[in-house]
Design a protein around this ligand. Sequence first.
Ligand code: GLC
Length: 447
Amino acid sequence: MNQTINIQQLSLTETLRTKSEEVLKQNWRNGFTVPSSNLYPFQWLWDSGFIAMGWSFIDMKKARQELDTLLQAQWSNGFLPHIIFHDDNAEKQYFPGADFQGAHTHSFAPKHVKTSGITQPPVLGFVLEYLLEKEDDIELNRHFYVNAVESIFKFHQYLYQNRDPRKEGLVYIRHNWESGTDNSAAWDSIWQTYTPPTYDVQRKDTAHVNQAQRPTKKDYNYYLHLIELSKECGYDEEKMYENLPFLVQDPLFNSLLVASNESLVRMAVELDLPHIAEQCSIWSDWTGNAINRKLYDEELGLYGYYDLKNERFISIATAMGFSPLFAGIVSKQRAMRLLKIIESSAFSGEDQSLFLCPSLAINHPEFDPKRYWRGPVWLNINWLLYKGFYNYGFKSVARAIKNDSIRLVQQNGFFEYFNPMPDENEVNGYGGQNFSWTAAIILEMLN
Ligand code: GLC
């Protein structure tokens, strides 16, 4: 009996592995991978990071190429854009395209390709180290790794120089899209401070995905308005700092920055780039301490956000509030509390009946199990939490996060996000199908 189960499980795993590989292969274009073919027809920054990890199980050359293509679109000041609009034709399928975003004419922007003027979470440091560790012979690709370490270092330098005006060690994001968690309920209190104009535009996302699973029309007014204001500032960092109503110190963004700094330190030592190792080590300690000092929410017991514009802490229980574990900067005592919280009914449900990890605590009044970052489970966040809890020795919850991730995909398919409280009579995956980072994370978790 046991043997049959094992064989069945083995073949399920093999099928899942093969399907994950197919998704990445289908979404591969010329030198990069689209997150999802209809919904997101270009290259996205943090998607490409997770995707490169996935490629490393199939084809190391493509994994390196994914990052190389991304880094070639780096601006001359070190900034890395969140979208690279490689395909002019695909612009017709996507809104807001490069022209609406109006950043590609900036004097720092690359000339060979159009990009956006906002960034995304800094995952590339730890992703690059992930690839480096898998190389059989580093010497063969030394040139690529040295260049990549230098480019990622330049990106971090850009962040510390331009996004931390008070020199606190915490960098801010200036658009909610920069967080990667677009319509998180964390921003609601900021949206309540002003009213944006109404944009009468043709959204393309709702042509592919049910409106009930996407940000609302009202949300989009805020997002587009921030882009309009950034354009009015000519994407000048100082002007944007003065004028944008959205300036947030985000726990996920800063934690990933610490993790990437740490990876840069180790890679720089290995590749003999001592100035980078030294600087990244200083940044890493600085930001790690600042996260613990300023973003820890004593009352809720997890990490929250700081609204720099309105000078107030945003106290909210999101899955991203556990992300400092991934950076390894949490004290034992706080980590124990994080463990209790993820195991509590707010994230695990009564009798641990939920699929981990809802992006928003289910007892939050805005929790919506189907709407994007306001409840659903996302596999990239799950992977970060899985690693984080695992590294603190909390193996059982780590295993639960991993198993839930695999089961959600097995039961529903390679969706963009999933219902943490699945209904047996429905498909419980939403958003883009054949979603690249979902496939990449599954490959990682299966290995
Ligand atoms: C959505 C997600 C963002 C992701 C992008 C492409 O905007 O919120 O995190 O990078 O889609 O997949």
